[in-house]
Every structure is written in structure tokens, then in C-alpha cells.
Design a protein around this ligand. Structure first.
Ligand SMILES: [Zn+2]
Length: 66
């Protein structure tokens, strides 16, 4: 029971190995709605909509480093 925290994919429920997977972050344009994020395994991350994004944010708002 003394396992370290296991990351579970929020989409399919599979465990995500350390060093694998992805975090999908949804940030509402309306800042008051905040943001939400999901942990995803590699296959699920690949199925998510979206496009490749540059790592350096071009948003003026401070992007909280995960
Ligand atoms: Zn998954």
C-alpha cells in the first residue's frame, strides 16, 4: 500500500507510467472560469484534439509552470 502515487489517465483509466503520458490543460478565455486539466496516457493524448503548440507561450498572461 505504500506505493507512490500512481498517475491514472483521466480518459481511459489506465495507469500512466512515470515519464510518460501528458497533461491536457484547458484554460477558459473567461479567466473567472479558471482552468481544468486532465492527465492522459500517451494513446489518449494522441486522440485529443489540438495541434502542436510552441513551448514558449505567446499569451501575455503568466502561464503557471506545471
Ligand atoms: Zn488513456
Amino acid at each position: 500500500m505504500a506505493r507512490k502515487t500512481v498517475l491514472v489517465c483521466d480518459s481511459c483509466g489506465n495507469e500512466v507510467d512515470e515519464g510518460k503520458g501528458a497533461v491536457m490543460r484547458v484554460t477558459y478565455t473567461d479567466a473567472r472560469r479558471g482552468a481544468k486539466q486532465a492527465d492522459l496516457c500517451d494513446p489518449c493524448a494522441g486522440r485529443m484534439p489540438g495541434r502542436a503548440a510552441a513551448r514558449r507561450g505567446r499569451r501575455p498572461k503568466s502561464a503557471t509552470a506545471a
